[in-house]
Design a protein around this ligand. Structure first.
Ligand SMILES: C[S@@+](CC[C@H](N)C(=O)[O-])C[C@H]1O[C@@H](n2cnc3c(N)ncnc32)[C@H](O)[C@@H]1O
Length: 216
């Protein structure tokens, strides 16, 4: 097993941890309605052995090829019950790893693909998580992602700045102003393809989003 990285303990707040799982369960239909097209594009053909970082309640499992084995890297135990139910309902072979993305307990080059949506905004150390994603992917394997990111200067950026503290508190560490595209481009992939898009929603701080893929 890979050596563990020293990290601050990730201990989800019992109230906000549960609320976050409940919130994403409640909002799942709305979010999927707006993201489905992007997800179908970036997850097309994703199957085999897949690691999902921050799998949450499992909204991405429906996009994976039948027969996919999923290793869910999900450190927040309050998501596990819904995640396991979603996997069972979709017939996905799921193993939950209650570890952070900064220290994934999978071997080097052991997965065909890695997926994550709305996670690099929240992790403690995005560069370390990207290092781990690159490490566990087999050569030629694909990382597919959707993330909300810092907006260019203007109204949305001002809204992101204004709400950043309460937002981070409510969504367990989520930052509205990360330059995740730059972090992915700097992570050593052989090719990176990123599309910026607008998430049409009343949740103004997450309007600026990226969807893409990167190949190891
Ligand atoms: C906004 S939710 C998104 C959940 C899911 N991916 C979705 O699209 O609905 C953020 C997720 O990242 C997870 N997370 C937070 N910190 C993490 C870390 N260090 N490593 C891996 N996942 C983490 C949370 O537990 C949560 O499941």
């Amino acid at each position: 097993m890979p050596e563990a990285t020293t990290l601050p303990a990730l201990s989800p707040n019992p109230v906000r941890g549960r609320l976050n799982s409940g919130f994403f369960a409640l909002m799942a239909g709305y979010i999927e309605h707006r993201l489905a097209g992007h997800k179908r594009r970036i997850f097309a053909g994703t199957g085999g052995v897949v690691a999902e970082i921050g799998a949450g309640n499992g909204p991405n499992l429906r996009y994976l090829a039948p027969g996919t084995t999923v290793h869910a890297i999900e450190p927040n135990p309050y998501f596990h019950r819904r995640l396991e139910r979603t996997a069972a309902a979709r017939g996905v072979d799921l193993t939950v790893h209650p570890v952070p993305g900064e220290a994934i307990d999978l071997e080097d080059a052991s997965v065909d693909a890695v997926v994550c949506t709305w996670v690099l905004c929240t992790v403690h150390d995005p560069a370390q998580v990207l290092h781990e994603i690159h490490r566990i992917l087999r050569p030629g394997g694909r990382f597919a992602f959707i993330e909300h990111v810092a907006a260019p200067p203007g109204t949305v950026r001002r809204a992101q700045r204004l709400v950043r503290r309460p937002w981070r508190w409510a969504f367990e560490g989520c930052r509205t102003d990360r330059d995740t595209a730059a972090a992915i481009r700097a992570a050593g992939f052989t090719s990176v393809d990123i599309t910026e898009f607008r998430f049409r929603s009343t949740f103004v701080p997450v309007r600026t989003q990226i969807a893409g893929t990167a190949v190891r």
